[in-house]
Design a protein around this ligand. Structure first.
Ligand SMILES: [Zn+2]
Length: 89
């Protein structure tokens, strides 16, 4: 609001009105764009590596079962239940 009023004072009438229209159209679009990217960022950090990192105690490290060669996230093997495993980086 303050910017558009300032522009109308600085510029001759038709240009000030045009600039105000551009600001009123562009500004909500910019706000929405920022809001969307912010929401997307929250979604990534909320449902991404944080959850699995807490469960397995480390991010990016997988374990390979030595019995059935199944890749999993540590603990017991979800396929055969064996605890025999090696770290796979
Ligand atoms: Zn297994």
């Amino acid at each position: 609001m303050a910017i558009s009023i300032g522009l109308q004072l600085l510029l001759p009438f038709p240009w000030g009105l045009g600039a105000a229209l551009v600001i009123f159209i562009a500004f909500p679009m910019l706000l929405r764009k920022r809001y969307m990217s912010k929401m997307r960022g929250y979604g990534d950090s909320g449902s991404g590596g944080g959850f699995f990192g807490m469960n397995s105690g480390g991010t990016g490290i997988h374990y390979v079962c030595l019995v059935c060669n199944h890749k999993h996230k540590g603990g017991t093997c979800p396929r055969c239940g064996s605890k025999t495993q090696r770290a796979d980086f």
